[in-house]
Design a protein around this ligand. Structure first.
Ligand code: PLP
Length: 372
């Protein structure tokens, strides 16, 4: 079987080519490339989708984290808790914003930060926690918000991998991830569940004052043109990218359903193999499967990866090294990170996207089953 991809953006585009081409052509004809009307429309569309009072588009998901931290304005040198088994963006923005990452451990089942270990990681200097809803599944926001309110911590939700996922909260509310903490951030990197055709990101919050600050920081700290109340950066979502996102956001729920269908197929085919674990689902949220990540336990993970490659099946290791093991981050305070270390040796993500056909899924599953 040919051309199996981890993410198939080509086929996805082919399925909405006319609408995307028309949107892009219109933006080019109007030539309002910066802060054109599509950007405002997209902000409104995402805000209605998520039920977030404010959505501020920006240039990428890393900038979104930076803008969130700038707006929260924590005292210089404050510690911020962040999981070590994670993409680098949250950790790197902390020193850049004059803050100290403190790495703590993950859960072996969901791969998300371990809520049981938050309290132990808090010191007198701790002021915030960055909650990363990894691979499309929610952290336990009830527990996190209750610890945060008891210990006076700000909560930043990194929603780059989990847009569209909802969680049930005590009291019966169901909310979209990213809208529960003080501030949420996301990325529209092309392979994300809602991806554009380049870089893009957004910050969301229910808080008017935080939103105003994020808007200003993203626009050079300007109150109005050429008047600067804050020292800011330049972080904008292009009009062209916004026009693409306006086409794709209408399809987001369909994309999520397609991903869940792929996950259910994999679960069904792979669940009986005793040398791997299929993804665990917590019972309070709805997984949106940004990744379908296996834990390989009874065979050599890297040998399996090489074998799949030889059969034309791509796979990826997210993440091969927890952040604390990297020279740039090894001098920061850490907690016991046994699970993060273990996960990095065991995880393997297999193809997950919106256009996977049953024959391809069948081939992938049969090939995996034949490994041992
Ligand atoms: C969890 C997480 N946070 C932040 C980012 C950063 O997003 P961007 O690449 O748009 O800067 C990513 C991107 O992969 C991510 O996965």
């Amino acid at each position: 079987m040919e051309n199996i991809r981890m993410v198939d953006l080509v086929s996805q585009y082919e399925n909405m080519k006319e609408e995307i081409d028309a949107a892009m052509q219109r933006v080019v004809s109007e030539s309002r490339f910066i802060n054109g009307p599509d950007v405002k429309d997209f902000s409104g569309n995402l805000s209605s989708y998520l039920g977030a009072k404010h959505v501020i588009p920006c240039a990428n998901g890393t900038d979104a984290l930076q803008l969130a931290l700038m707006a929260l304005d924590l005292p210089a040198g404050s510690e911020v808790l962040v999981p070590s088994f994670n993409y680098v963006a949250a950790a790197e923005m902390l020193p850049i914003c004059g803050l100290e990452p403190v790495f703590f451990d993950s859960r072996p089942d969901t791969f998300n930060l371990d809520e049981d270990k938050i309290e132990d990681a808090i010191s007198e200097k701790t002021r915030a926690i960055i909650v990363v809803h990894l691979f499309g599944q929610a952290c336990d926001m009830d527990r996190i918000m209750s610890i945060a309110s008891k210990r006076d911590l700000k909560v930043i939700e990194d929603n780059a991998q989990s847009i569209g996922s909802t969680t049930n909260l005590s009291g019966g509310d169901q909310k979209f991830l990213g809208t529960i903490g003080d501030i949420g951030t996301t990325s529209f990197f092309p392979s994300k569940n809602l991806g554009c055709y380049g870089d893009g990101g957004a910050v969301y919050t229910q808080d008017d004052a935080l939103a105003e600050k994020v808007r200003m920081f993203a626009n050079h700290g300007q109150v109005k043109k050429y008047e600067y109340d804050l020292i800011g950066i330049n972080s904008r979502l292009d009009t062209l990218q916004a026009s693409i996102l306006n086409v794709k956001i209408k399809r987001l729920n369909g994309y999520i359903e397609a991903r869940r269908g792929v996950a259910a197929y994999y679960d069904d085919q792979l669940k009986d193999l005793d040398w791997l674990e299929t993804p665990y689902r917590n019972d309070f949220s709805k997984h949106v499967f940004h990744q379908y990540t296996l834990r390989i336990k009874g065979v050599e993970r890297d040998a399996l990866k090489a074998y799949l490659e030889s059969k034309g099946i791509p796979s990826m290791i997210y993440y091969p090294k927890p952040l604390h093991q990297n020279p740039a981050y090894s001098h920061y305070r850490t907690m016991d990170l046994k699970v993060a270390d273990q996960l990095s040796n065991e995880v393997l993500s297999i193809p997950m996207h919106t256009e996977l056909e049953e024959s391809t899924l069948d081939f992938i599953c049969e090939t995996i089953k034949d490994f041992k």
